[in-house]
Write a protein that binds this ligand. Structure first.
Ligand code: NDP
Length: 495
């Protein structure tokens, strides 16, 4: 599998060159070599894409399509993604460095998201409201919003795009996507599959480019009815402010610093694997990374030994090879950011139990060793701030009450893990933790059927599950006078 040397925008069903004539280079992070060029989008390109999406929204081929037929299109798209899963997985691995075997798994599961929303498409409905006046029929409808802007990061480009695209299309909206500048290719390939599935031209448009240019222009576009964003909390705050100033909605899936909590009574081999998977999978480049590990004192040494031993044995290398366990970080600045945080942690008093070094993986790429930090606490930046790399901060605790407070002492609230065999404690703590997703004796489980939402600075709004449809529709209330009675004079007092 190889990429074409150059990608244009995808607007109105066409490949459209950038209005500026400029392209930027995307790099293979495993080798540091240039991979392809992509169109550098600006406000003019975004304007074209939003107008194409608006035209498509009003086009009878889309506007008048029955909800069931929208579902058929989503199902067909899911089928096509399944047929092209290996191709898409290889493209993503070359682009962002995640393990091919992980991306193959993600791509094989991706059709399920489209099938789920295909099934939901003709279940979007309103209610009949029993008002106190029986002469009046009052009913509600759920309408699509219009043109939705979707902005996504680089760590799982197609999956994170799908979390926005599938419900937005299911509800009858049209979409303009601005993928991360580091991973444009698979979203552009998805746009081709969307056309092939039979969606009308302009239903989905992709403008590539930089966040401050194309991304900002999309967020600020006056025609946009909604912005759906996944990325950092800092960028999310800017986007939320822009959306709020125009009174349009925003769904924001942001950063995390999730606690993974291990009690004395846990199955320790399982918990150790849960901790390893929580932080070292995808080289720690996941929003749900279990980067703060709290271990009850009685099993602290044993758990630390197990996690450190597995971290040392993790096979770093070419993400395209099936036996590689840890690929590179997605780009050089991200590797440097991770290295900077570990150095900072050491200055703050942390001990590097294992890892702690950048490496080129023998390939010239942007790798960083799986790293375990001890002698850390909640006051340190390395424990408070999102690193987005393979760095676990492991801390002991004594009591359930103490760990609940420590776990909640963070600006984030995306996810949390609890490892225990005490059922009462598991549920008690699940209720007390301030996070949108809680895993008990597992970590990273996810499904299109299950809603997820960040608490606190980890986001606003819901992705996945039936509740996600509300994010992409608006409720209309319709009143009908069903009586034959004359309409009363408004200036005569009613009895
Ligand atoms: P960023 O916030 O830097 O970027 C995300 C996207 O926003 C990119 O497409 C970026 O473009 C674009 N962007 C940047 N600035 C602007 C702007 N001013 N206006 C509009 N768009 C802009 O995040 P990262 O790409 O670094 O992704 C990592 C972050 O994503 C982490 O914080 C992680 O936790 C979070 N994340 C959250 C998830 C969740 O579900 N809660 C899931 C996965 C990741 P460009 O690439 O050109 O900068």
């Amino acid at each position: 599998m190889s990429h074409p040397s150059r990608y244009d925008h995808h607007i109105g069903g066409q490949q459209v060159p950038p209005s500026s004539g400029e392209y930027f280079t995307s790099t293979n992070p495993a080798t540091g070599q240039a991979l392809y060029e992509a169109a550098r989008g600006n406000a003019t390109d975004v304007d074209r894409a939003v107008n194409a999406a608006r035209d498509a929204f009003e086009d009878p081929r889309w506007r008048d399509l029955s909800q069931t037929k929208r579902g058929h299109l989503l199902r067909r798209l899911g089928d096509l993604i399944g047929e092209h899963a290996d191709e898409l997985a290889e493209m993503e691995t070359l682009d962002n460095g995640k393990l091919l075997r992980e991306m193959r798994g993600q791509m094989a599961g991706l059709p399920e998201y489209y099938y789920y929303y295909a099934g939901l498409a003709d279940k979007i409905q309103g209610d009949v409201i029993p008002t106190s006046d029986r002469r009046v029929l009052n009913y509600t409808t759920r309408e699509p919003l219009g043109v939705v802007g979707a902005i996504t990061p680089w760590n799982s480009p197609l999956t994170l795009t799908t979390s926005k695209l599938a419900p937005a299309l299911c509800a009858g909206n049209t979409v303009v996507i601005k993928p991360s500048e580091y991973t444009s290719a698979t979203v552009l390939r998805l746009a081709e599959l969307i056309e092939e599935a039979g969606f009308p031209p302009g239903a989905v448009n992709v403008v590539t480019g930089f966040g401050a240019e194309a991304g900002q222009a999309l967020v600020d576009h006056r025609t946009l009815a909604k912005i759906s964003f996944t990325g950092s909390t800092v960028t999310g705050a800017k986007i939320a402010a822009s959306a709020a100033s125009r009174f349009i909605g925003s769904t924001l899936e942001l950063g995390g610093k999730s606690p993974n909590i291990v009690f004395d009574d846990a199955n320790i081999p399982n918990a150790a694997m849960g901790v390893v998977a929580g932080i070292f999978a995808a080289a720690g480049q996941t929003c749900i990374a279990g980067s703060r590990v709290f271990v009850q004192r009685g099993v602290y040494d044993e758990l630390l030994d197990r996690v450190a031993a597995r971290a040392r044995s993790i096979k770093i290398g070419d993400p395209m090879l099936v036996d590689t366990e840890l690929g590179p970080l997605a780009f050089a600045d991200q590797r440097d950011k991770v290295a900077g945080y570990v150095d900072l942690g050491v200055k703050e008093g942390a001990t590097v139990l294992t890892g702690g070094k950048a490496t080129d993986g023998g390939l010239g790429g942007f790798f960083y060793e799986p790293t375990v930090l001890t002698d850390v606490d909640n006051s340190m930046r390395v424990v408070r701030e999102e690193i987005f790399g393979p760095v676990a901060a492991i801390m002991p605790f004594e009591t359930e009450d103490e760990v609940a407070q420590l776990a909640n002492d963070t600006e984030y609230g995306l996810a949390a893990g609890i490892w225990t065999t005490n059922l009462s404690r598991a549920h008690r703590l699940a209720a007390r933790l301030e996070a949108g997703t809680i895993w008990i004796n597992t970590y990273r489980a996810m499904s299109p059927m299950s809603p997820r939402q960040g608490f606190k600075n980890s986001g606003v709004g819901i992705e996945h599950g039936q509740a996600s449809i509300r994010e992409y529709t608006r409720l209309k209330s319709v009143w009908v006078n069903t009586s034959e009675e004359p309409v009363a004079d408004p200036f005569v007092l009613r009895s």
